[in-house]
Design a protein around this ligand. Structure first.
Ligand code: DMJ
Length: 466
């Protein structure tokens, strides 16, 4: 952050310099720099909190009790025609971390008194797990109210039939009432991003079945990696055959890698470390790409390693955080710089670009968090102010282009800045949470004892890992 010395310190600094006391002057300069950064951070943390309240107020006014707010039409949307309280469950732990006690209390009352999973609807196992199961488990761990855990257990039981395929890898959809399943073509992200939530549920409920099912699914997927160690984009969960062999770190694969590492860190289960180490080695060998615009990860064929495209996007920007968490700071820092450039080039981040030409492939910005999440991890690990500056840039552009009088809206196109009528629950669960934590005091969040699920719900570590 740019330093403007407080006037009084400036005078003291000058007087020390004038008598040649350089060591003392240096000390004063750094003390002033620290104080200034602290003040700036506090100001930004407060601003993020106010923006959260602005968005939450919009939800309360126009969508209370429903899944999502439509911020332009000021109406609401329920994903499955009936509400599963997506936004309040997703947003609850952000309120707790921000110290918004009244808001958290209101959300909790709404959830524990009204949320029911006894519904004859097919739900997407992955989305419901990361947003609702993860949200309820972290709510229980942070708040201690057993009703959150009861809801989580009820939901977990209803999701279990999703794993009843021939391989044990989950179907895409499961019916919450009947246990019927749908869609046998699934992707690594949806198969491999269940472990933190199902594993935590096993530990908190004392029932090992959830841990076992989710881990078995990951192992079935991992064993189908290619001879060069990569996975593809789509697989049939009954035949175990790949349907699409494009390998990348973008949507449909992304959080599979994230959960291999985080499952090891959360549970201390070394099988996950082995799977992460072997997978990331292949990813770094075949997908990593250094071109004139920077360091990126592109797309190759999972069997041959042949490069297929130079596509990167908003979802791929989760990777610097994962690399940093694994200790690979060198790649993490280089990639984060590229992610920041991707954002800056268009004032705000497009969904996908061709990183070689820096031309847009998909122009929308749907209020995604990943770029911000990675800046937060890198600031945590390096303490380098440049990541605070990135955070300021992200925050200011989101306010400038996405704020509405009711809440926040996605953009249809980052070039025209035309808004779209939706505010996904992850904006409150992740985007604003990571921005807040980036600027808040370190003590706001016990980073070493928690692991964020892929929807930014913090879960307590059950094991000390090195
Ligand atoms: C979130 O639901 C999660 O972060 C998921 O892993 C990817 N997509 C959105 C945010 O972009």
């Amino acid at each position: 952050m740019k330093i403007k010395l407080l006037p009084v310190l400036f005078i003291v600094l000058l007087s020390e310099l004038s008598v040649g006391n350089y060591a003392q002057a240096k000390k004063i300069f750094y003390a002033a720099e620290n104080a200034q950064t602290k003040m700036e951070k506090k100001k930004y943390a407060e601003q993020v909190k106010q923006e959260f309240l602005h968005a939450w107020d919009g939800y309360k006014k126009f969508a209370w009790g429903h899944d999502d707010l439509n911020p332009l039409s000021k109406t609401f949307k329920d994903w499955y025609g009936t509400s599963l309280f997506m936004t309040p469950v997703d947003a609850f732990d952000t309120m707790v971390l921000m110290g918004l006690k009244d808001e958290a209390f209101g959300a909790k009352e709404l959830i524990v008194k009204n949320l029911s999973f006894d519904k004859n609807i097919f739900v997407q196992n992955f989305e419901i797990t990361i947003r609702l199961l993860g949200g309820l488990l972290s709510a229980y761990e942070l708040d201690g109210d057993k009703r959150f855990l009861n809801l989580a257990e009820d939901l977990g039981k209803r999701l279990l039939p999703a794993f009843n395929s021939k391989t044990g890898m989950p179907y895409v959809y499961v019916n919450l009432k009947t246990g019927e399943t749908k869609n046998e073509i699934n992707d690594p992200a949806e198969i491999g991003t269940l472990m933190l939530e199902f594993g935590t549920l096993s530990i908190l409920s004392g029932n090992p079945i959830y841990y076992y099912k989710a881990k078995h699914a990951v192992e079935e997927l991992f064993k189908r990696r290619s001879a060069i160690g990569l996975v593809g984009t789509l697989i049939n969960v009954n035949t175990g055959k790949w349907v699409n062999t494009k390998s990348h770190i973008g949507g449909m694969i992304d959080s599979y890698y994230e959960y291999l590492l985080k499952s090891y860190l959360l549970f201390g289960d070394k099988d996950f470390k082995m799977m992460y180490d072997s997978s990331i080695a292949a990813v770094n060998r075949y997908l990593a790409d250094t071109v004139s615009t920077g360091f990126w990860y592109g797309t190759v064929d999972m069997n041959t390693g042949k490069r297929l495209s130079t596509t990167f996007g908003a979802l791929n920007a989760f990777m610097p955080a994962v690399l940093a968490l694994s200790g690979d700071m060198q790649r993490a820092e280089k990639l984060q710089q590229s992610c920041f450039n991707m954002w800056k080039t268009f004032d705000i981040e497009p969904e996908q670009i061709n990183y070689k030409s820096m031309k847009i492939i998909s122009p929308q910005y749907v209020l995604r968090p990943e770029n911000i999440e990675s800046a937060y991890y890198l600031y945590h690990f390096t303490g380098d102010d440049k990541y605070l500056d990135m955070g300021k840039y992200y925050l200011e552009s989101i306010i400038k282009f996405c704020r509405t009088d009711s809440a926040y809206a996605s953009l249809k196109d980052v070039r025209t800045k035309e808004k779209a009528d939706n505010m996904q629950s992850f904006f409150l669960a992740e985007t604003l949470k990571y921005l807040y934590l980036l600027f808040a005091e370190e003590s706001t969040f016990d980073f070493n004892r928690m692991i964020f699920n892929t929807e930014a719900h913090p879960l307590k570590k059950f094991h000390e890992t090195k």
